[in-house]
Write a protein that binds this ligand. Structure first.
Ligand SMILES: Nc1ncnc2c1ncn2[C@@H]1O[C@H](COP(=O)(O)OP(=O)(O)O)[C@@H](O)[C@H]1O
Ligand SMILES: [Mg+2]
Length: 258
């Protein structure tokens, strides 16, 4: 289907948890890329509880003289028995600056994966940090700004929402994905302030989130938990949004040709 980038403006609304949850439930083969410049691979340390050692990741991609597309399969690790793979981010934030030249060729290589039937989710972490993957957000089919629904979160997201729409480069499809609706503001209110379409709302479900964030044991009823249900709804909404965008694009191209 597409390349989907996830990011945050402030705090820790759950970008990594949501990205991993989407990858594990994704209905097709999917690649999860840890492009968060914070470093320290949140997934290796969290979901994998530090058991799986850092082997290779984005730094090795950036330092290699080979084509990024050729190296992607060798840099990808499986996530359990799912059809998802992942590419680890940097070991430390000090490595992030070295990734500046990687983002554009990586964005191209990720887009090309679509022809192999693979979708891509990119955890872009917090916006604006040194070495942040701005080109990935600009090039993605859908860029999701995760935001909680309280005033400090909305206030920080507002300035980035403006940049996403009018910055250079502007993101192609900036959209917000809310976490914990009605705490206290509704999705409609937050979308109105940010002036961004709202893709959906992730349930505020701390117990289920810790399974993905820290690799805690799976509680009874996890498959039907509010978090899993909201992840499934988000997957459907992503699919519908990208399909609608593409239909619109092909109509524009068709009418331009006529
Ligand atoms: N939907 C959610 N509901 C409740 N807690 C969540 C949710 N998503 C994430 N969290 C919690 O928020 C904290 C930060 O999550 P994380 O995914 O690391 O955020 P980020 O990547 O934005 O920094 C963790 O304690 C995680 O369990
Ligand atoms: Mg994170």
């Amino acid at each position: 289907m597409a390349v989907i980038a996830l990011c945050s403006a402030s705090g820790s609304p759950g970008v990594t948890t949501t990205s991993l949850g989407l990858a594990l439930l994704w209905p097709r083969p999917v690649l999860l890329v840890e492009a968060d410049p914070t470093g320290g691979s949140g997934i290796l340390a969290g979901y994998f509880r530090g058991i799986r050692a850092y082997d290779q990741g984005l730094v090795e991609l950036a330092l290699s003289s080979s084509e990024v597309a050729d190296l992607l399969p060798r840099t990808t690790q499986p996530i359990g028995s799912s059809t998802a793979g992942f590419i680890a981010g940097t070991r430390a934030h000090t490595q992030a600056a070295a990734l500046a030249g990687l983002w554009l060729p990586l964005a191209d290589a990720l887009r090309e994966l679509e022809s192999t039937g693979q979708d891509v989710l990119v955890d872009c972490g917090r916006l604006g940090l040194t070495g942040w993957p701005e080109p990935i957000l600009a090039e993605a089919d859908l860029a999701l700004l995760l935001c909680r629904t309280h005033l400090p979160a909305i206030s920080a997201a507002r300035s980035w929402a403006d940049t996403a729409q009018r910055g250079t480069p502007a993101w192609s499809h900036p959209t917000t994905l809310l976490v914990g609706e009605g705490q206290p503001y509704s999705a409609k209110e937050v979308g109105g302030v940010l002036r961004l379409p709202v893709l959906g709302v992730m349930a505020d479900d701390p117990e289920s989130a810790e399974v993905l964030h820290r690799g805690t044991s799976i509680p009874a009823g996890f498959d039907r938990s509010p978090l899993v249900r909201s992840l499934q709804a988000a997957i459907s909404a992503i699919h519908a949004t990208v399909s609608a965008q593409r239909a619109e694009l092909s109509t524009e191209v068709y009418s331009g040709v006529q």
